[in-house]
Design a binder for this molecule. Sequence first.
Ligand code: SER
Length: 340
Amino acid sequence: MGTQHNVLITGAGGEIGHGLIRRLAEEGSFNIVTLDLKGLNPELAALCTASHTGDVLDAGLIAQIFSDHKIDGLFHLAAMLSSSGERNPERAFDVNVGGTMNLLKSAGEQARLIGQHVKFIFPSTIAVYGLPDPETKQRANKVKEDEYLFPITMYGVNKLSCEHLGRYYAHHYGALSEKKSQWSVDFRALRFPGLISAHTVPSGGTSDYVPEMLHAAAAGQPYACFARSDTRIPFMTMPDAVESILRLFFASREVLTTTVYNVGAFAPSAAEVEALLKESFSGVEISYEVNESRQSFLDTWPADVDDTAARNDWGHNPRHGFREAFADYLIPALSGAHAD
Ligand code: SER
């Protein structure tokens, strides 16, 4: 067997955590340690070396976990998403930025202690972008990593700040220290689009209208969509998101040209999703009851992302385009899930 990794997953009980734990367990070379505010479900916990219940704001607990489990890699998934963050912005700042700071600090200390870089995988988001108006959004279409970085949600502001904090801890921490260590946090961020899982439903996000529409259609329930039918942002399936996390984790440092990568797959409008669902399920009932505030977030998020760097540097290559996502993954899994 190759190198064993002792990795910590924060926010492990969330949507990405579900897919990631299973995938890392399959891989076989990971001792998985988790942290979540709530107890992990037993089926997932059985795949892990240890599952801790606690808060990413608890610096003492984080330090203890790093030391007890000799952590040498991290998937920091815990966060408050864009809609829940906007309902309590100060709490979102504490969790999203304060939690990340605790983990960056512990990861840096661990790197110096064990004499090797500690990989820190950070899911960022299309919410870091802030397109100023619909014309610009349409004209820009696929945005690059360094364009339009003027987020209007607390979540977007937090994630953009954490991208910079990660870059700082990776490359600049300890600049004035007499004995600057050669070992540091090996920070790698992916800016995810909206994610769609066949097995879990999101909560607290603003891209939630597509997964909600899908899961309602599969369950034969009507759905009132909070976004306009012409809303267009990028999406990706959960298996492709998890695969991209793994590829970035395993990529060698030499091939990485930046600390932050866009990753995309497909970018349908809400109406295009509705049409596809109507091809796949009978009796789909979707209405549009627009929530103007949530719509205003979506209007500032890009129509699509330019992910050339991720494709060139470490082989980002999602299996699912728009039609494949539904035909090969979502519809078959959901037809089974709601069959009884
Ligand atoms: N899915 C996230 C949200 O809607 C975007 O990263 O908040």
